[in-house]
Structure formats: C-alpha cells, structure tokens
Design a protein around this ligand. Structure first.
Ligand code: AMP
Length: 323
C-alpha cells in the first residue's frame, strides 16, 4: 500500500472528530471529494464525528448535504483539506483550531499548509485520489459515495478529454461503474442538463469573444449582459471548457462581474501556454492549463488579459521556431 495512504488512515483512526473542507466557490470535484470522504469515514468508523463544511451551492445539492459547525467548540480535531493549495481559499474553517492537518489535492503546490500531504499534480481530479485511497485501504464505499466520486472525476477531467486522464483514471472509473452498477445517464443529467438561456449565453460569448493575432481569446461579461441572458457570475465557469479544441485559440479567458461581491471572476483555460503563474500575479492560481482569479479593479482585468496574450504569443513563437 502507498505509504502516505497508510499514514492518512493511521491519523483518521487516531481522531474522534474529523472536519473535511475544500476551496471556496466549489466545483463538482471539490464538493464530491469532500462529501464522499466524509461519508466513507462515517461508514467505516460509525462512532466518529465527521463533518464536511463550507458554503453550500444550490445547483450542486445532488452531491449531498453539508454540515454546519462551529469549530471553536471542537476539541482539537483532525482537519482534512481537499482540492485546495492555498490557506486563504479554504472555505468554512478556522485553521488554528485544528490539531493536525492532512491535504489531499491535485493542484500544484503554492504554500505549506498541512502536516501530511498527498498531492499528485498529474491526477485527473481529487476524486481520483480519494477513489484510490478507498480502493487501497479499508475505507468503505457504497453506491452514493461511488456516484459522487464518478461525478467528480468526470467533471474535472472534462469527460476524460483533458491530458491528465490516464489508464489509472479509466481503471478506477471502471471499478466504480462495475461494482456499484452506476446509472451513468442519470449522473450525466446532474452535471450537464442546463437551461436554454445558458446555451444562448454561450452563443453570445462565441459571437463576441475577441481573438488576438496571438490566438488568445477573451471577453468581459458585465452585469447588463448577464441580466439579458438571465445568468449569473458563476455561469461562465460552466462553459469555459467548451471552448477547448478551437483551432484559433491556444488560451482563452472570461471575466464575469460579480455584483454581490463587487469582484471580477476570471476563468482561464489553455491548450498549450502555461497560465497559472500568470493568474498568480492577479490574486489567482490553479492548474497549469486551468486557472482562475478574483480581481477588484477592471484595469487589472485588462492587464491580466494583456499578460495572457503575451504568454500565448511566447508559446506560439516557440511552437513555430521548433517546427
Ligand atoms: P475555474 O475557472 O473557476 O473553474 O477555476 C479553475 C481552477 O483555478 C480551479 O482549480 C480553481 O481552484 C483555481 N482557481 C480559481 N480561482 C482561483 C483563485 N482566485 N485563486 C487560486 N486559484 C483559483
């Protein structure tokens, strides 16, 4: 067995109270990994108190419910953080209240935030790592846990399109489907069924996106446009991956103004240029080909787009100089 898995299980056994957390603005992989691991620990060790925390998201309620706790009242519990590399982006916990911290993640390292880490940047998803942990250890699984793990892997690998999809990903997915007889069509409905106004909004983005001579695509989506299509600032996240495999785009980014939080939410994707270090300069980060940022000033959105255009240009120049 993987030595880190052994250490993780030892720590889970040691603590009576365990809290699981993930990143703010959660996506399916973050929520599914958190809820699946909570449910598995509860199933395996029924006497332990295990909580999955953070803000809930209405459109993702099919993953299961989250727990409301005040961690000031817990007695030095174990914290397991999933799918997040930065302390500042962990949702719903007071970091200092924990006795020991484990991180399980597939994001590149940003800072030291845990006592024990299982970080694999070449894994398709955090759910892939959690599935592996359950397969290799005595942590129990059931159909609802398997459903969540399946959804997390499918969502973060973009239906097995992205480059970190490996034979291991397919092996684990096959195991989940076979062992728990998963109803794949129903599960896909959860992830992919969407209202027509969102599809029209995607058409608007396609028609109005600026594509630079360096093959960087970008668009700024302000409140009036989002109101017109009856979508919100999180809607662009649902469609940014759909702009992959467009010949004229090596990298692309959307900016959506979030009226409530007075912030520009940025989604960035790439099929070549490395983008996460660029995003890091603008209160952002993420994976090398899938990043995001939260920006206060519109002028910084313009600067970020300019930097991404330069990064795309450098990439393109290298690509053609080696051909
Ligand atoms: P998104 O475009 O929101 O789907 O995010 C893509 C990736 O970037 C995910 O792995 C996020 O965790 C990461 N990310 C998004 N926003 C930020 C941010 N403000 N800081 C660091 N990482 C981020």
């Amino acid at each position: 067995m993987n030595i880190v898995f052994k250490q993780i299980i030892k720590k889970i056994k040691e603590y009576d109270t365990i809290v699981l957390a993930r990143h703010i603005g959660p996506d399916p992989d973050a929520l599914a990994s958190e809820i699946a691991l909570r449910d598995s620990i509860k199933l395996t060790f029924p006497k332990k108190k295990v909580y999955a925390v953070g803000n809930s998201v209405a459109k993702f309620k099919y993953f299961g419910s989250l727990d409301r706790i005040d961690d000031n009242n817990l007695n030095k519990p174990l914290l397991i953080i999933l799918d997040v590399p930065n302390k500042s982006r962990i949702d719903g916990i007071n970091y200092d209240n924990y006795d020991y911290v484990i991180r399980i993640d597939h994001h590149p390292n940003v800072e030291e935030i845990s006592d024990l880490e299982y970080v694999c940047v070449t894994a398709s998803s955090t759910c892939e790592l959690i599935t592996e942990l359950m397969v290799e250890t005595k942590l129990k699984m059931n159909e609802s846990i398997a459903n969540n793990l399946f959804l997390g892997i499918v969502a973060d690998s973009d239906r097995f399109l992205l480059s970190y999809t490996t034979p291991k990903t397919f092996k684990l997915i096959t195991m989940l489907i076979e062992k728990y007889n998963l109803n794949i069509s129903n599960l896909y409905n959860n992830l992919y069924l969407r209202p027509i106004n969102e599809v029209k909004f995607q058409a608007y983005i396609t028609l109005n996106m600026t594509v630079t001579e360096n093959n960087f695509g970008y668009i700024k989506l302000d409140k009036s446009i989002m109101d017109e299509f009856k979508v919100d600032a999180s809607s662009a996240s649902n469609m940014i991956n759909n702009f992959n495999f467009i010949k004229e785009l090596y990298a692309w980014a959307f900016s959506s103004y979030d009226e409530k939080n007075k912030i520009y939410k940025i989604n960035i994707r790439s099929r070549g240029p490395i983008i996460n270090d660029v995003a890091q300069n603008y209160n952002g980060g993420g994976h090398i080909f899938a990043s995001g940022a939260r920006i206060k000033e519109e002028s910084d959105v313009d600067k970020l787009f300019k930097d991404l255009d330069i990064r795309t240009k450098d990439y393109k120049n290298k690509l053609f100089s080696t051909k």
